[in-house]
Ligand binder design. Structure first.
Ligand SMILES: *[C@@H]1O[C@H](CO)[C@@H](O)[C@H](O)[C@H]1NC(C)=O
Ligand SMILES: *[C@@H]1O[C@H](CO)[C@@H](O)[C@H](O)[C@H]1NC(C)=O
Ligand SMILES: *[C@@H]1O[C@H](CO)[C@@H](O)[C@H](O)[C@H]1NC(C)=O
Ligand SMILES: *[C@@H]1O[C@H](CO)[C@@H](O)[C@H](O)[C@H]1NC(C)=O
Length: 412
C-alpha cells in the first residue's frame, strides 16, 4: 500500500543514464496521491496517541566517541531531553564498557509512516533527512512524534511537469516548475509546507523534460535568498556537472556511468559542495541487475576520489519500502552504508563522522551530532569498538531519542 515509494525509486533509475522507462500520466498516479494523503492522516492520528517523558539518566561505564576518538570510560548524563554536565538523582544505566555514539543521521531516506520511524529508532538512527515528500502532507505528518526520530524535509522535489520523475511521482501540475521565473514561488510553496531545504532533480541533459539550467540556477538563488540549502539529485556524470553549475550545496547520489574526475571534483572543492553518495541503493540496484559491476565501481571510485580530495561525505541510504528486489530497509541500511563508505576508502572515524557530526553540521542541525552537554540526548549505545571495525555499530544495546529510551531495540 505504500507503493508510491516504489515509484520514487523507479524515478531515481529513470533519471540516470542506464534506464529510461516511458510512463504516461494516468489515473493511477492520481490515486497514489490520495494514498499519500491517507497515510498522512494515519500518521497524524498515531501522533495523538504517542506520549513519552524524558527523565534524568546517568549512563555509566561507557566510552564516548567524541567525533574523533574514543574517550576513557566515564559517564554521560541526560536531563530534560538534553545531555547535561551532571544530573542529580539520575536513574543509573550501566553501559557495560560499551561505546556511546551520537544518534545516527540518515542524510537521504524515504520514510512515510510511523513504522518507518520505529525501524530507524531500533537501529540507532535518530534523525532522518527525507529526500522528497509525496505529497508534502506525508512529511509533515512525520513531525513531532515524541520518542521517535526527528525528520527534516524539502517539500516536493523540483521537477518539470513532464519529467520522468514528475510523471512517476504523480506530482500535481501546481507542484511542478517550468521556468526560472517560477522559482521564487516554488521555493515559497515548499517553505509553506515546512521545508527546511530545497531538493531539485537533475536528469541527464539528453532528457528533453529535465529542468533546464536556468531554472536550476534560479531555484538555488531563490533557496539561498531564503537561507535554505539545496540538495541536487544527480546520478550520472552530466547531471552532476549541471548541479555543480547551479551551485547546489549537496550533490546526492554519485554517477554510475562515468566516475567523478578531477575537473568535477575540483568544483566540489572550490564551491564547497558536499556529497551524499547513497552507495547502499547502488548495491541494491547491482543485485537487481539495474546496474552492472562497472556501474557500481564508478560509484565506488567517485567516493574514493571525493574522500581523497577532502570533500565532506555524508552517510545517506535512499532507504525506502519498495517491494523486492529494490527495497532498502530503514535503519539497518545506514549500517550498511557505513561499511560501504569504509570499503570505498573512508577511515572508520570518517565513516562515523559522516553519520553524526558532519551530517548534523551540513544539515544545519547544530543541536546534535556530538555527545556533549547542551546537545539533544540522541544517543546510541553499542558493544564493541567501531573504530577497530565499523560493523560494531550494528551491536546495538540501547537507543535514546531526545532523552527518551526507545523500547523496541532488539539487542545484538
Ligand atoms: C506534457 O506532455 C503532454 C503530452 O505530450 C503535452 O500535451 C503537454 O503539453 C506537456 N506539458 C508541458 C507543460 O510541457
Ligand atoms: C495545488 O492544488 C491543490 C488543489 O487544486 C491545492 O489543494 C494545493 O494547495 C495546491 N498546491 C500548491 C503548492 O499551490
Ligand atoms: C572501492 O574502492 C576501494 C578504494 O579505492 C577499492 O579498494 C575497492 O576495491 C573498490 N570496490 C569496488 C567494488 O569497486
Ligand atoms: C568486522 O566485524 C564483522 C562482523 O563481526 C566481520 O565479519 C568482519 O570480518 C570484521 N572486519 C574486520 C576488518 O575485522
Amino acid at each position: 500500500m505504500f507503493s508510491f515509494f516504489a515509484i520514487f525509486l523507479s524515478a531515481l533509475l529513470a533519471g540516470s543514464a542506464y534506464s529510461c522507462p516511458h510512463v504516461e500520466h494516468s489515473g493511477a498516479t492520481r490515486r497514489l496521491y490520495q494514498e499519500g494523503l491517507e497515510i498522512a492522516r494515519m500518521n497524524n492520528i498515531r501522533r495523538q496517541t504517542t506520549s513519552a517523558a524524558a527523565k534524568s539518566i546517568a549512563i555509566t561505564n561507557v566510552r564516548v566517541f567524541d567525533g574523533d576518538k574514543l574517550l576513557p570510560l566515564g559517564s554521560v548524563y541526560i536531563a530534560g531531553g538534553f545531555i547535561a554536565p551532571y544530573a542529580e538523582g539520575a536513574e543509573v544505566v550501566d553501559g557495560n564498557g560499551g561505546v556511546l555514539l551520537s544518534g545516527l543521521i540518515d542524510a537521504h531516506a524515504h520514510p512515510s509512516s510511523v513504522a518507518h520511524l520505529e525501524a530507524f529508532a531500533s537501529n540507532g538512527v535518530t534523525t532522518a533527512i527525507v529526500a522528497s515528500c509525496f505529497p508534502a502532507a506525508v512529511c509533515k505528518s512525520l513531525l513531532n512524534h515524541a520518542g521517535l526520530p526527528d525528520v527534516r524535509f524539502p517539500g516536493v522535489s523540483a521537477n518539470t511537469p513532464n519529467s520522468s520523475h514528475a510523471l512517476l511521482l504523480g506530482l500535481q501540475l501546481n507542484e511542478t516548475i517550468t521556468s526560472a521565473s517560477q522559482a521564487p514561488a516554488f521555493v515559497a510553496d515548499q517553505l509553506a509546507t515546512g521545508a527546511t531545504f530545497i531538493k531539485l532533480i537533475a536528469e541527464h541533459p539528453d532528457s528533453a523534460t529535465t529542468l533546464d539550467q536556468a531554472t536550476m540556477n534560479a531555484l538555488v538563488t531563490s533557496a539561498h535568498a531564503n537561507q535554505l540549502r539545496v540538495a541536487g539529485h544527480a546520478a550520472d556524470y552530466a547531471a552532476v556537472h549541471r548541479t555543480l553549475t547551479a551551485h547546489v550545496d549537496q550533490a546526492h547520489h554519485v554517477p554510475t556511468d562515468i566516475p567523478l574526475d578531477a575537473p568535477l571534483i575540483s568544483r566540489f572543492v572550490s564551491q564547497g559542495t558536499i556529497s551524499v553518495p547513497t552507495l547502499s541503493i547502488f548495491t541494491t540496484f547491482l543485485a537487481a541487475g539495474q546496474i552492472d559491476e562497472a556501474g557500481y565501481a564508478a560509484a565506488n571510485t567517485s567516493v574514493t576520489r571525493l574522500r581523497a580530495a577532502g570533500v565532506p561525505i555524508l552517510a545517506g541510504t535512499d532507504s525506502n519500502d519498495l517491494p523486492a528486489p529494490f527495497t532498502l530497509p530503514f535503519g539497518s541500511s545506514l549500517h550498511t552504508e557505513l561499511e560501504l563508505l569504509v570499503q570505498a576508502g573512508l577511515s572508520t572515524v570518517e565513516a562515523l563522522r559522516s553519520a553524526t557530526v558532519l551530517a548534523a553540521h551540513h544539515n544545519l542541525l547544530f543541536d546534535r551530532g556530538v555527545v556533549a552537554p547542551g546537545m539533544r540526548a540522541d544517543l546510541l549505545l553499542i558493544s564493541g569498538d567501531p573504530i577497530a571495525n565499523i560493523s560494531a555499530t550494528r551491536n546495538i544495546q540501547r537507543v535514546w531519542i531526545a532523552g527518551v529510551e526507545y523500547a523496541g531495540v532488539e539487542t545484538s
